[in-house]
Design a protein around this ligand. Sequence first.
Ligand SMILES: Cc1cc2nc3c(=O)[nH]c(=O)nc-3n(C[C@H](O)[C@H](O)[C@H](O)COP(=O)(O)OP(=O)(O)OC[C@H]3O[C@@H](n4cnc5c(N)ncnc54)[C@H](O)[C@@H]3O)c2cc1C
Length: 449
Amino acid sequence: MPMETADLIVVGAGQGGIPLAVDFANDGKRVVLFERKHIGGTCVNVGCTPSKAFLASAHNAGRARAAAGVGVHCDVRIDVPFVMRRVNDIRREWREGAEKHLRDAGVRVVMSEARFVGERTLEGGGIAVHAPLVLLDTGTSPACPPIDGLESVPYYTNETFFDLTDLPKRFAVIGGGYIGLELGQGLRRLGCDVTVLETGKRLIPREDADATEVLAGALRDDGIDLRIGRQASCVRHGDQLSLHLDDDTEIEVDAILVAAGRTPNTDVLDCAKSHVELDARGFVKTDAHLRTTCEGVFALGEVAGQPAFTHVSWEDYRRVKAVIAGGTRTKDDRVLAYCTFTEPQLGRVGANEEEARRNGHDVRVVTYQLEDDARGTEWNLQRGFYRLVVDAKSDAILGATLVGYEAGEFVHTILAHMEAGSTWRVLERSVHIHPTFNEGLPTLARKLL
Ligand SMILES: Cc1cc2nc3c(=O)[nH]c(=O)nc-3n(C[C@H](O)[C@H](O)[C@H](O)COP(=O)(O)OP(=O)(O)OC[C@H]3O[C@@H](n4cnc5c(N)ncnc54)[C@H](O)[C@@H]3O)c2cc1C
């Protein structure tokens, strides 16, 4: 196979790989990008974009039903084929946009799996390319839990779920993390019977226990059968698809959605050929600047073990670009926020109390219940609370957990304060508009006075 050369090789057209490839190509550099499936990676094709388009329909249905609480009675009818067509139209539009972006910049896209065949040298799609710079943005794939019989039945993951054109009636969702909860609630609100199985003692264990309790209550009120602390011991597929649980109960379903963790896409990369080391779980080892153990090879996003969010992968690209240009940015020189897009949402920024104490802070923690909130009461949206964690000595804001209606939006107020290095005292004296949910944030800070 003839050897070609480039200035940059990108493996994986995810959220960090595309912009770096485009920037280099726009600078007149020769860029080769390998992608084995879809341009746009997980987010655009099988992650954020389709899941949030799906939830837009589901949550509108949920809100229409909840409107009875303010005296508005809706007859909710769901056009599932329309919902799924819309999901697919949106992701196709975004994917085509990303493809055009790469084409317009002059990136050479090779639609093939790539693997290392030497130092900074990759092969795929019938070509071998060497470059002084390589970026690995290969992401992760859904993990399959070791449940007897699961491998031999047809089950869905996020990779296949959004291809559905209609929805089976009864779903078991394996996994009570944010993906399982979002899609589980979405399915329920669109008319399916849903059982969610979570093996842990509670949902989303990295969050405060009472925050996950609020979510659990909301999901149960929606009619989801939540089985927490339970796991399927085997799956049977005779005339009927069924799961046998470890408490000896049996659930009959029409479909199974597996959302039980992720595994890094490094199995086929043959990283050793380029002296790129992996950690014990198969993620690419990187230093603080996202450099791998091979000079000139960088990794970012999920495959580098970074927090599994699109905004992290995209932000990583800006760091890699700066580091290549001689800068010193590090992979976590930012305040991290994220959201679970259930209803209510769980918006989180920085540390919770447990993490802050683990990091050696002397903390103060205050909580404000939305049942005491004017906007919450007026709009019948009182489920949830806002919590602030601050450093007792410096008054710095260390983090917040906001559970409630559109809490993922309001958490940015706290993020801005944290990025600006302000204190809870600045938040406390800020006069927010009455009656907004955001008004609850200075009220929360006032509890520290
Ligand atoms: C259902 C779901 C919902 C989500 N919702 C959100 C959300 O609301 N907000 C949010 O911030 N995050 C969300 N995420 C997470 C987000 O999608 C990911 O964190 C993000 O896409 C990771 O980007 P990445 O750049 O690390 O890799 P990816 O986007 O996964 O890109 C990796 C690419 O590499 C390709 N690839 C892998 N191996 C090779 C190889 N050897 N050769 C060539 N190509 C290869 C893959 O095909 C893929 O296209 C969600 C994820 C899922 C599954």
